[in-house]
Design a binder for this molecule. Structure first.
Ligand code: IVH
Length: 673
C-alpha cells in the first residue's frame, strides 16, 4: 500500500520533471534564452534519472533522459505518410515569381493574395507526428508517399520537443520541416572526421542527412543537428485558417522559429524578400538554397490544389550558387605527411556564403596547368559542395600579360631536397624522408589519430624545433621539466598533454595502424587488416599475397603495407613503441582471461583535462569495466573533472567513491603493472 503510494508520488514527480525539463530545453536550445543555470538544469535531469532508475517501468521513450540514443537498429521501418510530402516548383528570376502570382490569381479570380515568405533550408525533410501532444513518429520524406521511421534518431535532437508545450495540444499534429547542420558544427565534425582519417562530408546537407539516418542513434545524438519547422501536415482537434497562424502555433509549442518569416501583401514584396535574403544569405549560420513563397490562406491553398508532384500554392525561388571574383596573390606549395607537394592558391580574402575564403588547393601540377591559374590572375571561386573553396575559372580577359605561369619547384620548399615526379604519376614528392614538413605532419597525424587532442600543430612545431621530439616514439619519452622550457608552456598544459599521451598508449591496434600514417592505410583499411592480424608482429611476416587474400585489400595497399614493415626504421620504431608501453596486440578477453576492471562501473562528470568523455569511457570498456551516465548505488566510481555536475552530490549521498582525474589516471597506471 505504502509502496503503491510512493510509486504514485514518483510518477507524478517524473511527469512534472519531464515537463520542466522540456520547458527549459525549449528556453535553452530553441529560444537561446535559458531561465535557469546549467547546474540547475543538470539537477533536474539527475533527479529524473534517479527516479527512473528506481522505477524503470516508468521510463518512456519520450522521456528527456532518452535523448542520448537507443541501441542500434539493423534497418528502419517504413512509414506511410497520411498526406504526401510533395516537392516544390522552382523559380529562378523575379519574372518567374510574377508568372507564378499570375497563375495563382487566374485560378482564384483577381483577388489580392497574401504570401508567407520563408527561407528554403538546405537539409533533410522530415515529418514529425504528435499524438495527444506526445512525439509518436518521425519519418524521412522518402519518395513522398512512404518514408523511413527514424523516430529513435529524431528523439535525440534538442530542437525537437518530445512533448508539445501548451497544456492543451491537438489530438494529432504533424509538423514538417528540415533537419540541418550549421556551418560551425559542420566544420567541427569534418575536422574530427579528418583527424580520424574518415572521409569528410561534402556539405552540411549530406552531414545532416547522414547523421539522421544513422543506424546507431547514439551517433546521431553526438552530432549537432537542428530542426526548423516549415509547415503542418495532418491536424486533428484544432483548426488553423492561415499558414502563418499554424506556424505561430508550432513555434509556441516548442519548435525553433527560423530567422526569417514574413507575411507580405503582394508578389512585389515577396520578390524583395527573396532578393534581400539572396544578398544576405551569408549572414546565416546555416545553408539555405533559396526562399519559398506560400499562399497564406489555407482555404485558398485548398482551392488551388496540387499537381502530381507539387502544390500550386507554393514556389521555391532558388538562389544562384554563391561564387565570388578575387585575385591570386601567390601560389604556394605545401608539403604533406607523405612528402606530397600540393600547390595552393593564396587569394585576396572574399566572403562566400558567410565564411572567408583565401586559400584554394590546386591539387597538383597537372591541375594548375589544366585550369591555367597564374600568379596575379583574377579568378572565380566558389565553395565546392558549399564548403571546400575551389577555383572555378580564370578571367583571362583581365590578364595584363605580366602573369607568370606556375612552375613546380625542383627543390622542396621546406628542406631544399630534390623533388621527384615519377612517370605516370600526378604527384610530385620531396625525396627526403627526414624533411621537417613530413616529420611534423606525420607527428601531427599520429597525435590526432591517437586522440591526443591538445597536441596540435603549434605544440608539434615547438616540440620538433626544440628537438624534444623527432619521431613519434619521442612523444612517449617526454617528461614535464624539458617541456616547461617551451614558450607558453605552463605546468597545467604540460600535465594535460602528458596525460593525453599516456592515455593514448591504450588505443587498439587498429588505431595505432592508422596513426602510423602508412600510405593508403586509413581507418577502414586498418580495420580490414586487424580483422585477420591481431598483433603488430604479424605485419612483419606477411607477404603481399597474404594481404591480397583479404577482401578489400588490393595490390597497391598490400605493397604499401609490406614495404612499410620491411623498413629498418619501422622495426626500430615499433620496438621503441613497445618499450614505451603501447598496445601492440589486439587482446580478446577470452585470450587474456579476466580484464582488470571487470565488474567495475564508472560514471564521468565534468570536463576531464586529459580525455574526452568518450575516450575515458572507451578506456574503461577496454579494461572490462562499464561506463554509465547516471549514478546509482551500483556505481563503483564517479570520476569528477572540472566543474562536475550534480552527479557528485548524488555519489556523496549514496556513498559512492569519488575520484579526481589524477586518481583515475593512477588507477589506470596500476592496471599495467
Ligand atoms: S514547403 C508542399 N518550405 O524543399 C510543399 N519546403 O522542394 C512542401 N524545404 O523537400 C515544402 N525549406 O524539404 C517548404 N520553407 C520551406 C522549405 C522547404 C526547405 C525543402 C523541403 C522539400 C523541398 C521542396
Amino acid at each position: 500500500m505504502l509502496k503503491a503510494m510512493e510509486r504514485d508520488r514518483a510518477n507524478r514527480r517524473i511527469e512534472e520533471l519531464r515537463h520542466q525539463i522540456e520547458h527549459h530545453r525549449w528556453r535553452y536550445y530553441v529560444l537561446d534564452s535559458p531561465e535557469i543555470s546549467d547546474a540547475q538544469f543538470d539537477a533536474l535531469m539527475a533527479e529524473l534519472q534517479a527516479l527512473e532508475e528506481e522505477y524503470p517501468d516508468l521510463v518512456t521513450l519520450n522521456s528527456p533522459t532518452q535523448r542520448v540514443g537507443a541501441p542500434p537498429v539493423k534497418e528502419f521501418g517504413a512509414v506511410r505518410h497520411r498526406l504526401p510530402l510533395q516537392s516544390l516548383d522552382n523559380a529562378f528570376t523575379a519574372l518567374d515569381l510574377r508568372a507564378f502570382d499570375k497563375r495563382v490569381k487566374r485560378l482564384l479570380g483577381e483577388i489580392p493574395i497574401e504570401y508567407a515568405c520563408e527561407l528554403k533550408f538546405d537539409g533533410l525533410a522530415v515529418s514529425l507526428s504528435y499524438q495527444g501532444g506526445h512525439f509518436s513518429v518521425g519519418a524521412t520524406r522518402g519518395d513522398g508517399t512512404e518514408g523511413e521511421n527514424i523516430s529513435i534518431n529524431l528523439r535525440t535532437l534538442k530542437t525537437i520537443p518530445l512533448q508539445l508545450l501548451p497544456v492543451d495540444p491537438p489530438a494529432l499534429l504533424e509538423v514538417r520541416g528540415e533537419v540541418i547542420m550549421t556551418y560551425p558544427d559542420f566544420e567541427t565534425l569534418n575536422q574530427e572526421r579528418l583527424s580520424r582519417e574518415e572521409p569528410p562530408f561534402a556539405n552540411p546537407r549530406n552531414a545532416a542527412a547522414g547523421s539522421v539516418r544513422q543506424q546507431d542513434s547514439k551517433i546521431t545524438a553526438r552530432r549537432k543537428l537542428s530542426f526548423f519547422p516549415y509547415s503542418v501536415g495532418v491536424v486533428e482537434g484544432r483548426t488553423f485558417s492561415t499558414h502563418g497562424e499554424a506556424m505561430e502555433y508550432v513555434w509556441s509549442a516548442g519548435f525553433k522559429q527560423p530567422p526569417a518569416f514574413r507575411l507580405v501583401p503582394s508578389v512585389e514584396d515577396a520578390i524583395a524578400f527573396c532578393q534581400d535574403w539572396q544578398a544576405r544569405r551569408g549572414e546565416l549560420p546555416f545553408g539555405v538554397d533559396g526562399a519559398v513563397l506560400k499562399v497564406n490562406v489555407l482555404a485558398l491553398q485548398e482551392r488551388l490544389g496540387a499537381t502530381s508532384h507539387s502544390p500550386r500554392w507554393a514556389i521555391a525561388y532558388k538562389f544562384p550558387a554563391a561564387e565570388e571574383i578575387t585575385q591570386v596573390q601567390e601560389i604556394t606549395v605545401y608539403v604533406g605527411r607523405t612528402g606530397t607537394l600540393t600547390p595552393v592558391a593564396v587569394m585576396t580574402p572574399v566572403v562566400i556564403d558567410g565564411s572567408t575564403v583565401s586559400h584554394a588547393s590546386l591539387h597538383n601540377e597537372d591541375e594548375v596547368r589544366r585550369k591555367d591559374v597564374r600568379l596575379g590572375d583574377w579568378v572565380v571561386v566558389h565553395k565546392a559542395g558549399a564548403v571546400i573553396p575551389e577555383i572555378l575559372s580564370v578571367l583571362t580577359e583581365r590578364r595584363t600579360g605580366q602573369e607568370p605561369s606556375f612552375v613546380m619547384p625542383k627543390d622542396c620548399p621546406v628542406c631544399g631536397a630534390e623533388t621527384l615526379r615519377l612517370p605516370g604519376e600526378a604527384v610530385t614528392r620531396c625525396t627526403n624522408i627526414s624533411c621537417p614538413a613530413q616529420v611534423s605532419e606525420r607527428l601531427l597525424h599520429f597525435a590526432a589519430v591517437m586522440g591526443m587532442d591538445g597536441v596540435g600543430p603549434a605544440i608539434i612545431v615547438a616540440l620538433y624545433k626544440s628537438e624534444l621530439v623527432k619521431d613519434v616514439a619521442d612523444l612517449y619519452r617526454l617528461s614535464i621539466d624539458p617541456m616547461l622550457k617551451l614558450e607558453r608552456m605552463g605546468s597545467v598544459l604540460a600535465t594535460k598533454l602528458l596525460g593525453q599521451i599516456e592515455s593514448s598508449k591504450n588505443r587498439p591496434l587498429r588505431q595505432l595502424l592508422t596513426a602510423l600514417g602508412i600510405d593508403q592505410v586509413g581507418w577502414h583499411v586498418a580495420e580490414l587488416l586487424t580483422s585477420k592480424y591481431h598483433s603488430i608482429e604479424d605485419f612483419f611476416a606477411v607477404t603481399e599475397e597474404d594481404l591480397q587474400a583479404l577482401s578489400g585489400i588490393g595490390p597497391s595497399i598490400a605493397k604499401s603495407v609490406v614495404v612499410f614493415f620491411r623498413q629498418l626504421q619501422t622495426r626500430r620504431l615499433i620496438d621503441e613503441l613497445r618499450q614505451a608501453g603501447l598496445h601492440l596486440e589486439e587482446e580478446s578477453p577470452s585470450k587474456t582471461g579476466a580484464l582488470p576492471w571487470q565488474g567495475k562501473t564508472f560514471v564521468f562528470t565534468g570536463t576531464l583535462a586529459g580525455f574526452t568523455r568518450e575516450q575515458a569511457e572507451q578506456i574503461v570498456k577496454e579494461l572490462g569495466g562499464e561506463a554509465t551516465s547516471s549514478v546509482s548505488s551500483q556505481t563503483g566510481f564517479v570520476v569528477a573533472g572540472e566543474k562536475p555536475g550534480s552527479k557528485v552530490d548524488r555519489a556523496k549521498k549514496l556513498g559512492v567513491c569519488i575520484l579526481k582525474e589524477e586518481e583515475f589516471v593512477a588507477m589506470l597506471e596500476d592496471t599495467k603493472r
